[in-house]
Write a protein that binds this ligand. Structure first.
Ligand SMILES: [Zn+2]
Length: 153
């Protein structure tokens, strides 16, 4: 057995299709590649021990799994594409919290509880909307609101 060969897959001598090298039977046609599963496993362990990069490999793989970190910086990507991204905002969470209380007010509790919940929810909701639309938006587009006198959205 050639330990230095990094390949985890091998072409089956009978069907010619690629199959995991350290399984005793060909995955495609069942051809016996190893005298026993035990021998195949022992060969695999010797192969894996030969190189630390092979530690993540499995006998059932056709290639060593590569750990690829898929992190996308959308802000950088947007700048690259010339797309204007609004700065991250906390106001939508406030609006959602208000909507939660308004939703609770829809549950048939006693009228006093429902009115109280509706007032709390309405207030939080309004604060969120005012903060998002009037405070933050004006900060984001100062030139536009001063020149035209009204905000365009
Ligand atoms: Zn085969």
């Amino acid at each position: 057995m050639d330990i230095s060969n990094p390949s985890l897959a091998v072409a089956c001598p009978r069907c010619g299709l690629l199959t995991p090298r350290f399984l005793d039977l060909c995955r495609n046609c069942g051809y016996k590649l190893w005298p026993s599963s035990y021998a195949a496993s022992a060969a695999f362990q010797a192969w894996r021990a030969a190189d630390p990069a092979r530690a993540a490999a499995s006998r059932y793989d056709m290639e060593i799994p590569q750990h690829v970190e898929l992190v996308v910086d959308f802000d950088a990507k947007a700048r690259e594409l010339g797309i204007h991204m609004p700065p991250p905002s906390r106001w939508p969470f406030v609006i959602c919290a208000g909507a939660l209380f308004l939703g609770l007010a829809a549950i048939p509790f006693s009228p006093e509880v429902r009115i109280t919940l509706a007032i709390i929810g309405g207030l939080i909701f309004l604060i969120g909307v005012i903060g998002w639309v009037l405070v933050e938006d004006v900060k984001m587009y100062p030139a536009e609101s001063t020149t035209s006198g009204e905000a365009h959205h």
